[in-house]
Write a protein that binds this ligand. Structure first.
Ligand code: MSP
Length: 511
């Protein structure tokens, strides 16, 4: 049995079409999954849609559809976007699928048998858009939702409760002995303080709407959407029927989520799992939020960034690159057209694209496009930087430090640009006596480009593949195993390269 890696995105609500926030989480998870596959893991990467709940019921009413019709329509927008963005998910879960209902009911049953579910009365403030209950003290001024700022509604009704309080001590111990359970560290502290402040029992059923999974013991009630939604992570790996698959992939190695849904993942979810005697996920990583041109993104402000539109204009790889390069993963960031254009023209077109073009053009001019012999000459700094970048990449990706991972890759790009200027192969080419040096310099550059194609592949799969092909390979770089190909000196002498074609066209800043 090889080593496994299980990574998830949140499942997205279908009451809204996908925007840059959804794309961000999914792209980050995709980079992680792609890298882990190349690192030899049997990787399982899950995304999907959250289709139950009052929000979806309400949206369907407004659009004159049944909730299922709405879900069936919007899910295509998500699936289509993931295809366009080159997302390599291994499964796509929808909470309206039969397999999921079975898993949710099995999880509920376990909690029930533990005596962790009881009928009580719920009274509190409810935020419909967030599907969240709040206590009086949590509300913001004007009884607004502390998460989204919108007005909440007073709700009082019979409800089944989950004895979350029972798991406070255990969760606290788990957090204290696993400081990596929640990342980044600022989020860990937030959760630690929250749990120290005490856990109340959680209302997990509602009677105010119908669109959800009815409780087997009291079908007037449907399950609160978070109990339903969080279960998706175990449904997809075979819970409760397929034991072998479940044990292979669960616990998940990483749940990647946005900071707004951290509490559900780092508090509620672990307590549900504890109640069911199931292992906890290894890590929950909460990333920050994007603003757009300095402003909060919202439908009412009309500034929602549509990933279909941005990629139409700028291409998929530059979009993927920008999102992970611009902002450290875990912090908030600002999306602006000028920042995107700046990154494309600077990092991509200039630094990387030109580098590849120059090296391949010289290979063509001086060697008819064939990889020259290396002579093991003049490779010192290039080789050691390439080895350093490979090593750092592994560490940074494992830490989900995507920005640093890209910086490590660009250390090699920058060094190569300098190396070319310093060794000036166009000068060496004028001197017959310098032939060996010329060969060595170009070999070193080509070999470094080969390693760059490998390192870039998780981030920019198409551009990396084109670079790989320009270097004369006819395989798929994403199928390469780093263990086999991620070493200096493997580019075969004599391999026929292709003439360069621009990897990243420059774009105009129209403002
Ligand atoms: N359905 C729940 C998740 C259930 S997981 C068991 C949900 N869905 S969502 O569609 O509203 O949001 C999904 C993700 O999008 C969240 O991780 C959220 O953080 C992310 N984003 C929404 N707006 C965002 C930004 N402006 N910026 C970055 N990410 C944002 O919550």
């Amino acid at each position: 049995m090889g080593k496994t890696f299980y990574v998830t995105t949140p499942i997205y609500y279908v009451n809204d079409v996908p925007h840059i926030g959804h794309a961000y989480t999914t792209i980050a998870a995709d980079v992680l999954a792609r890298y882990k596959r190349m690192a030899g893991y049997d990787c399982f990467f899950l995304t999907g849609t959250d289709e139950h709940g009052q929000k979806v019921e309400k949206a369907a009413r407004e659009s004159g559809e049944t909730p299922q019709e709405l879900a069936d329509r919007v899910v295509e927008r998500f699936k289509g976007l993931w295809k366009r963005l080159n997302i390599s998910n291994d499964d796509f879960i929808r909470t309206t699928q039969e397999r999921h209902k079975r898993a949710v009911l099995a999880l509920y049953q376990r909690a029930w048998e533990k005596g962790d579910i009881y009928l009580g009365e719920y009274e509190g403030w409810y935020c419909v858009p967030c599907e969240s209950f709040w206590t009086e003290t949590q509300l913001e001024e004007g009884r607004r939702c502390p998460s989204c700022g919108r007005p909440t509604e007073r709700v009082k009704e019979p409800s089944y409760f989950f004895r979350m309080s029972r798991y406070q001590e255990r969760l606290l111990r788990h957090l204290e002995s696993n400081p990596d359970f929640v990342q980044p560290p600022s989020r860990y502290n937030e959760i630690l303080n929250f749990v120290r402040g005490g856990l109340r029992d959680l209302s997990i059923s509602r009677t105010g709407f119908r669109w959800g999974i009815p409780l087997p013991n009291d079908p007037e009630h449907v399950l609160y959407v978070w109990f339903d939604a969080l279960t998706n992570y175990i449904t997809a790996v075979g819970f409760p029927d397929d034991r072998e698959r479940f044990e292979r992939y669960w616990p998940a190695d990483c749940h990647i989520i946005g900071k707004d849904i951290l509490r559900f993942h780092a508090v509620y979810w672990p307590t549900f799992l504890m109640s069911a005697d199931l292992p906890l996920p290894r890590r929950v990583f909460a990333h920050g939020w994007w603003t757009v041109e300095g402003k909060k993104m919202s439908k009412s402000a009309g500034n929602v960034v549509d990933p279909y539109q941005v990629t139409d204009e700028f291409g998929v790889d530059p979009f993927r690159y920008f999102l992970l390069r611009e902002v450290p993963f875990g912090l908030d960031g600002d999306f602006s057209r000028s920042a995107l254009v700046h990154r494309i023209n600077g990092d991509l077109a200039n630094d990387l694209g030109n580098l590849a073009s120059r090296v391949l053009a010289m290979t063509k001019r001086y060697f008819g496009g064939r990889v020259p012999p290396s002579h093991d000459l003049m490779d010192g700094q290039v080789r050691s930087q390439a080895e350093r970048s490979l090593k750092e990449l592994d560490r940074h990706i494992s830490d989900l430090a995507f920005q640093q991972a890209l910086t490590s890759i660009w250390d090699l790009v920058d060094l190569l640009n300098k190396y070319l200027d310093e060794t000036a192969p166009w000068g060496l080419a004028k001197d017959e006596g310098k032939r060996r040096e010329l060969e060595a310099v170009l070999y070193n550059c080509l070999e470094a480009l080969r390693l760059l194609a490998i390192m870039l592949s998780p981030f920019m799969p198409s551009a990396a593949q084109r670079l790989w092909e320009m270097l004369g390979f006819d395989s798929k770089v994403e199928e390469a195993r780093i263990e086999e190909v991620g070493r200096w000196g493997l580019l075969p002498e004599g391999q026929q390269t292709q003439p360069p074609s621009p990897l990243f066209p420059r774009v105009e800043d129209k403002g």
